[in-house]
Design a protein. Structure first.
Lengths: 257, 345, 291
């Protein structure tokens, strides 16, 4: 059927709406002036300032530590859980609990963990954020791996058992390799979500160990500086690259399988 | 009644329709037959209004059809997938088109009831399409289209989604309905048996062009192009040049046939398997001699394939009932000159 | 005979044991983690709603219903209602913008479809705070929109710090979550159904109302849920774009925990938030079952 012409208006409006603020931000990051609002000439000065900002560096390192740690933990736990749910359980309740962290408002999970940490008298720090991020990271890994598992051919596992391999060998040699793309996608998702996560980190991080989003938040709250423009541009560049690479990779794995 | 004149349609590099002209008569059951990708579906979509031709004209009773949007054409289509609305009951599906005509509710109800009765689905009126069998769904699709009393009913591969038994039933049903309602039917199909059994006339399509338009018997017995000779029914085809008594075949000598082609015209000779006579032994005065390669029995008919020296493909002969001939036997093949049809190449 | 029965029973018990072992190995770690760091914390929050606040924060384990009566204090009720209103407006706008966009994407040629979809998702994968910050740069007093308008001799206007900006920020942040499920639903729709509708005499508008919309309703509901849920509990957007006052229930909850130190009441507000979301999820399940 023909595409109605009239639809192109909201269509382009949507993209303009989505990209105009981002474009402005990127443009202003190359401003030589001190105002974040009026462009006075091209310069990389704010990128230099950014590189010298110890607070941001500290936040970045913290974020990477949390993201990396929680991703590893979430990937292991999430994959095991996915296999367990797909092959060893038919519990609807378990299904519901496993997706709960993904659908629960982040604020609720954040206060829950804050209360819990308070009750067991755990001191806050990076570890408390790491443990918290693992909760939702695991839910996403489990969900992604599980869809892959339900599409996977169970007859391969049965063939392996039929040929004399035990359950552990079957899991390691047959199930796991089949799941690799799903696990990789889940891990990437968990990592990205952790890097970006603000609300839960805000509630569970120690004031002395802020993650990058917390640093950005306090900068934005206490005034606008062109340094954020530069930081934002860099973050955008990283996100865009990751998304595009991931897109290419999934297409590659899809065409391979 | 329906006049298609010089219709062409290209999709990028692909020519779907090349200068197609056809005339379809009032009350006729007409079939567009051809292999997939031959352009017949494109023509159907042009008639329904989902596609426009690059050039050409289509008129219905002298009125231009192409200028009207799809929803204002007195043409209804029965989709191959049936395209029944899954969120509506059978009755709602059938009523949908009538409601668009802003008919009074009572009339809509009585016409829906009438048409459901006609296709034998009165008891299913309250069901959803998902709760019906394939044959029943098709009846709903048919009812939904004919209830509008269109001038022209288009059917896209109407029997292809049905299993064999339901197919035979539906075939009869379609013919009966067409008689009853008196609407002109145009059916698109790739299945020649379907076309043969349903249609009054058939247009054979190949690569966007009409090869031949004829009644089924004429099409079967007098193919006019090599494509039709090869596509409609099984045929043994020999290539060569026309001569006074038939065909001077390449490497096989003169084969009997009837034609009005001038001598020397490059031509194909087509002989139906069931018109071939098989004689055992070497002594027969058959036209061709060869050895039986394979015999297969299809309940009622036996197919015998015979390898003939000088010809790459085996010659196929069909005989009634079981045959005593076994693989490896030497046989001779013959046919009456009237059964060999010459087609210019 | 007897022996084979015995060994059959042994095999059955062995396979039972191996199944139990499999469950332990695969389900054990993840389940334990979820119980300790998800279910227990949630249960704690739930239980706090029944207790009194401590004088210096914390909880006094003394049962009370006053947290719930406080919810209906106009001071708080207004905030809850205004959160509902803002989230609803944002959802409706996202739907009105998102539906035609998703519809057109679904009709694009294959190659452009992927490009258009990736372009919808891309901003969503960039840092949430950065995207909100971009709006501050655009809309603030000396910001770009005002300076452009100034050149034309207009303004300056106060764009920031009102409910309109909050809605803009919410729509901006969650629009991709509206477009994706809508796209999936529209894409799944058999185009022949639309053709059938036209063929039966329906005008394009009628086809949309009678065929396209009802059949894509599950996508509409999912999209609305995806926008409404994070909007309703949001506290960053109202804080950064709305001027820091407690306008939405998210701010209120945050303040109860980090400023007022009234954890029981904060928990009760969170429970109210979850209750609204559960009602919505039930609505969605109901609509999905109907479709």
């Amino acid at each position: 059927m023909r595409r109605p012409r009239l639809l192109y208006v909201p269509f382009w409006a949507t993209y303009l709406f989505l990209y105009a603020p981002i474009a402005v931000l990127v443009f202003m990051s190359f401003n030589s002036g001190d105002s974040p609002y009026s462009f006075e000439g091209f310069s990389l000065k704010w990128y230099g300032e950014l590189a010298g900002n110890a607070e941001i560096r500290h936040g970045l390192v913290n974020t990477l530590v949390v993201a990396l740690g929680s991703t590893i933990l979430a990937t292991v736990l999430g994959t095991l859980l996915a296999v367990g749910m797909a092959r060893h359980s038919r519990s609807k309740l378990l299904d519901a609990v496993s997706v709960l962290p993904a659908v629960l408002p982040d604020l609720v999970l954040a206060i829950g963990l804050l209360v819990f940490y308070g009750m067991i008298k755990m001191t806050l720090g990076l570890h408390s954020v790491l443990l918290a991020h693992t909760v939702f990271g695991m839910a996403f890994v489990a969900a992604v791996v599980r869809t892959r598992l339900t599409h996977a051919d169970t007859s391969l596992e049965e063939a392996s058992r039929d040929l004399g391999a035990g359950p552990v060998t079957t899991f390691l040699r047959i199930t796991l390799p089949q799941l690799t793309p799903g696990i990789a996608a889940g891990a990437l998702l968990a990592f990205t979500l952790s890097v970006d996560e603000f609300v839960i980190a805000f509630f569970t991080a120690a004031p002395t160990e802020p993650t990058l989003p917390i640093v950005i938040y306090s900068m934005v709250r206490f005034g606008v500086t062109p340094e954020i423009n530069a930081l934002a541009t860099l973050l955008l560049a990283v996100s865009f690259t990751v998304v595009i690479v991931a897109q290419r990779m999934t297409r590659l794995t899809e065409s391979l399988s | 009644m329906l006049q298609i004149t010089g219709v062409s349609r290209r999709f990028g590099d692909v020519t779907a329709l090349a200068d197609v002209s056809l005339e379809i008569r009032q009350g006729e059951f007409f079939a567009l037959l051809g292999p997939s990708g031959c352009g017949k579906t494109t023509l159907l979509r042009i008639l329904a209004g989902f596609e426009s031709p690059d050039s050409g004209a289509v008129t219905l009773d002298g009125e231009d059809l192409l200028g009207r949007p799809a929803h204002r054409r007195p043409v209804n289509l029965m989709f191959q997938s049936y395209a029944l609305f899954p969120h509506m009951t059978v009755a709602k599906n059938v009523a949908y088109g009538l409601e668009r005509e802003k008919l009074p509710k009572a009339e809509v109800r009585s016409r829906v009831a009438e048409v459901l009765e006609k296709v034998g689905l009165t008891s299913m009126a309250g069901r959803r399409p998902q709760q019906l069998s394939g044959g029943q769904r098709q009846r709903v699709a048919l009812a939904r289209a004919i209830v509008k009393r269109p001038r022209l009913l288009l059917l896209d591969e109407p029997l292809s989604a049905l299993d064999k038994k339901v197919r035979a039933e539906m075939q009869l049903e379609l013919k009966r309905l067409q008689h009853e309602v008196g609407i002109t039917f145009v059916v698109v199909t790739h299945d020649q048996e379907e076309a043969m059994s349903l249609a009054d006339r058939i247009a054979v399509f190949s690569a966007g062009q009409v090869e031949q338009v004829d009644a089924p018997v004429a099409l079967y017995e007098r193919p006019r192009t090599p494509f039709v000779a090869g596509f409609v029914g099984a045929n043994n085809l020999f290539s060569g040049r026309a001569c006074s008594v038939g065909l001077a075949a390449d490497g096989l000598g003169v084969l009997p046939g009837s034609s009005d082609l001038p001598d020397g015209t490059p031509a194909l000779l087509a002989v139906r398997p069931e018109r071939l006579r098989l004689d055992g032994g070497q002594n027969g005065e058959g036209v061709l001699k060869g050895e039986v390669a394979d015999v297969s029995f299809y309940g009622g008919v036996s197919h015998v394939s015979v390898t003939v020296p000088g010809r790459a493909e085996p010659v196929l002969a069909a005989t009634q009932g079981a045959t005593p001939i076994r693989a490896g036997a030497r046989v001779s093949l013959s046919w009456a000159a009237g059964d060999g049809v010459l087609v210019p190449q | 005979m007897t022996r084979s029965t015995v060994s059959g029973a042994a095999a059955a018990s062995r396979s039972r044991r191996s199944r139990a072992l499999g469950r332990l190995i695969f389900l054990g770690p993840g389940l334990t983690y979820l119980i300790v760091l998800l279910l227990i914390p949630l249960a704690l929050v739930l239980s706090y709603t029944l207790f009194r606040r401590g004088r210096f924060g914390g909880v006094v384990y003394e049962a009370t219903g006053e947290n719930f009566t406080r919810l209906f204090d106009p001071l708080y009720l207004d905030v809850i209602l205004s959160s509902l209103r803002l989230a609803t407006i944002a959802t409706v706008i996202a739907l009105l913008v998102g539906y035609p966009t998703a519809y057109l994407i679904a009709m694009l040629p294959r190659k452009w479809k992927t490009v258009a979809l990736v372009a919808i998702v891309l901003p969503f994968w960039t840092n949430f705070l950065v995207r909100i910050y971009a709006w501050i740069v655009l809309l603030s007093g000396p910001g770009l929109v005002n300076s452009t308008l100034g050149e034309l001799g207009l303004g300056p206007f106060e764009f920031l710090y009102n409910q309109g900006t909050i809605v803009t920020g919410l729509v901006y942040s969650y629009l991709p979550l509206m477009v994706l499920p809508l796209y999936a639903a529209i894409e799944k729709l058999d185009p022949q159904l639309r053709e059938a509708s036209a063929n039966l005499g329906a005008r394009p508008a009628r086809t949309f109302v009678s065929v396209t919309l009802p059949l894509t309703l599950p996508g509409v509901v999912t999209g609305c849920l995806f926008v409404f849920v994070p909007s309703f509990g949001n506290f960053i957007i109202p804080e950064l774009l709305g001027g820091g006052r407690s306008i939405m229930v998210g701010n209120l909850i945050r303040d109860q925990f980090l400023k007022a130190r009234d954890w029981p009441f904060g928990s009760t507000l969170a429970l109210a938030l979850i209750a609204v979301l559960i009602v919505l999820l039930l609505l969605q399940a109901w609509s999905a079952r109907r479709a």
